[in-house]
Design a protein around this ligand. Structure first.
Ligand code: GLU
Length: 493
């Protein structure tokens, strides 16, 4: 590893909730954490946020891990929040000891009604603190009612007491690495729930307890969590703990300006696999979206700073990554740009590595083996090398690979061509000996056919292409013919 990548105790985490598949925006968050750790020689932890037992599913966890592996995003320590209940209890006890929490007997239904009323009157919902000062007898009465219903009093943070204990501070503030100083009025937050009436710890509590307990130094996550951050900081304040650095990165937006949601086809990882985008090219694309990478270069002896958009490996992205340059908004997703970056990655990739990726990431082992068997090792590599420079995605390469197979069938009904011209071409190509069947010889045979038939060279090449590939356009037909060889070409014709 390079000199710049030395350790300084950085510890980051990616914390997906297993309530659905990994979203492309989630991959971006995971990747930013990953390269941040890579850059500083730190630790990257995978935490599964499964405190919501009703919505969390094991299948989703498995899928998320599979997808991270597909992208090559490697994590160190791995754990589930559901395994850490005792630790959360311990911290809750500490808050109880300090008298900074209280039991709340407002039920979920009651809160829902209050929230609806707030929405109707166009005001933000703030918990009214009804249970902050219940008398002992009221508590006892409500407690037994809750027991009968099989639910628990929820536990809320007493913000007024936290503020008082902290010297009556007026604002909850933090320096966001992306957004700069953010300031919140604690009075507008309202006492929030740490543990629910179903005896489950909430995201806000479990998340910041983990971050603090495990010693996370930087919390890099989506900006949809900005409003949770003052709550989490209040919990840390109450416990007398220091806060990690927060960096809230932009969510991904579609061209329509709307946040990409799980409903968008392009938010699904399967979509990218199917379309044939290379995992590293996708990561490269996600890294430069809503972000800037700059490099210093020497030009005529002068230093010049320029923007870099296409990388050749992940380590290079990590080295140049600067969290401060990530923009807090307007990360607009563009598939066109992804295609462009994918094309560059294909072109820049060694053919042997591409073959490995096609097998490991796109399950193309069977297809490639068949091709290799048909053509032999040398021609096989030449074909892949040729295709990788002609196409932008694996999907397109795959479609073209098909024409190289013996059993590739062109439906005669699909194509209209000049039969007489085809016969002339076949006749002239047949005249070339096997050992002289190269691009030049084919070119001459085409010239010959053109003058014999009175057709243009263009006509000849179009007819050849149609009869050999069944297509009207594509990469150099001379090159395809050369790779296919004499026998296969004649047979096709
Ligand atoms: N489970 C949360 C999410 O998926 C994690 C947020 C965080 O990183 O704190 O959005």
């Amino acid at each position: 590893m390079k000199e710049s990548l030395k350790t300084n105790g950085v510890k980051v985490r990616f914390a997906p909730s297993p309530t659905g598949n990994l979203h492309i925006g989630g991959v971006r968050t995971a990747f930013f954490n990953y390269i941040f750790a890579l850059k500083y020689g730190g630790e990257f932890i995978l935490r599964i946020d499964d405190t919501d037992r009703a919505r969390s599913k094991k299948e989703y966890e498995t899928e998320i891990i599979k997808d991270l592996n597909w992208f090559g995003i490697k994590y160190g320590y791995f754990y589930r929040q559901s395994e850490r209940t005792e630790i959360y209890e311990k911290y809750l006890d500490a808050l109880k000891e300090k008298d900074l929490i209280y039991e709340c007997f407002c039920t979920e239904e009651e809160i829902l009604i209050s929230k609806e009323i707030a929405v109707k009157s166009k005001k933000p919902y703030i918990y009214n603190g009804r249970c902050a000062n219940l008398s002992i007898s009221e508590k006892e009465k409500l407690s037994s009612q809750f027991k009968e219903r099989g639910i628990y009093p929820s536990i809320r943070l007493d913000i007024a007491k936290v503020l008082k204990a902290g010297g009556n501070f007026k604002a909850v503030e933090f320096e966001d690495a992306v957004h700069g100083l953010l300031s919140f009025n604690p009075k507008l937050i309202g006492d929030f729930i740490l543990k629910t009436e179903h005896n489950r710890f909430t995201y806000n509590f479990a998340s910041i307890i983990d971050d603090s307990d495990i010693g996370i130094t930087h919390v890099i996550r989506g900006e949809d969590h900005i409003s949770n951050t003052p709550k989490q900081i209040l919990i840390l304040n109450a416990l007398g703990k220091v806060s990690p650095v927060f960096a809230h990165i932009s969510l991904l937006y579609g061209k329509d300006g709307k946040i990409m949601s799980k409903r968008d086809a392009a938010s699904n990882i399967e979509y990218y696999k199917k379309e044939g985008y290379l995992p590293e090219a996708i990561l490269n694309y996600l890294a430069v979206t809503g972000n800037t990478f700059t490099v210093r270069e020497l030009e005529n002896g002068k230093e010049k700073i320029s923007e870099k958009e296409i990388f050749s490996n992940i380590l290079e992205i990590a080295e140049l990554f600067d969290i401060k340059k990530v923009r807090g908004s307007s990360a607009i997703f563009s598939e066109e740009k992804l295609r462009h970056i994918n094309e560059k990655w294909l072109q820049g990739m060694k053919t042997e590595i591409l073959i490995k990726i096609l097998i490991e990431k796109f399950n193309l082992e069977e297809t490639l083996k068949k091709l290799q068997k048909t053509y032999g090792e040398t021609l096989f590599v030449e074909i892949i090398d040729f295709l990788k420079n002609e196409f932008k995605t694996v999907k397109e390469i795959l479609a073209e690979i098909k024409i190289f197979f013996e059993d590739f069938k062109i439906e005669a009904a699909e194509i209209k061509y000049d039969i007489k011209l085809k016969e002339t071409l076949l006749n002239n190509l047949q005249k070339i000996d096997s050992d002289k069947f190269d691009e030049n010889a084919v070119k001459n045979a085409v010239k010959e056919s053109a003058s014999e038939s009175g057709k243009t060279l263009k006509d000849c090449y179009e007819t050849l292409r149609l009869c050999i590939t069944g297509r009207q356009d594509g990469p150099s037909i001379l090159k395809i013919i050369k790779l296919m060889g004499r026998e296969r070409t004649l047979k096709r014709l």
